[in-house]
Design a protein around this ligand. Structure first.
Ligand code: 5GP
Ligand code: ZN
Length: 113
């Protein structure tokens, strides 16, 4: 398996894990773009958002629920945060295992670049 995020799930690549259960895992981004930058992924390998099916609706909801809980733990619920899925080339998706970015701890610009 050549997927970096599957290797993080298998602990073949080290990461700073902030949450894990049977379905999802969350870890610090290796190149943080904000004081809080956490990646939340399903343990199921799905390449990109454009590939999800009706079977995946619950797991996508779980990613957002997990992000909301982590934001609270990190103390950025009140100040605010952004949740991002990059899908494919124009969005700059670099890792083809779906992942939710949780960004916060600073003022985030809008519109994004
Ligand atoms: P994308 O551009 O695909 O939406 O985001 C991929 C993210 O994964 C990037 O923010 C990048 O810094 C992060 N990333 C890539 N490789 C690794 C890694 O090996 N470990 C960790 N913790 N993050 C990674
Ligand atoms: Zn994967």
């Amino acid at each position: 398996m050549e997927c970096i995020f599957c290797k993080i799930i298998e602990k073949e690549i080290p990461s700073v894990i902030v949450y894990e259960d049977s379905e999802v895992i969350a870890f610090n981004d290796i190149i943080p773009q904000a004081p809080v930058h956490i990646i939340i992924i399903p343990k199921k390998h799905i390449e990109k958002i454009s590939d999800i099916t009706s079977e995946d609706i619950d797991i996508i909801g779980k990613l957002i629920f997990t992000a909301k809980n982590i934001a609270k733990e990190k103390g950025i619920s009140e100040s605010g945060y952004r949740l991002v899925f990059n899908c494919n080339k124009d969005a700059g998706q670099a890792v083809f295992h779906i992942h939710l970015h949780l960004l916060g701890g600073r003022k985030l610009n809008w519109p994004p670049g």
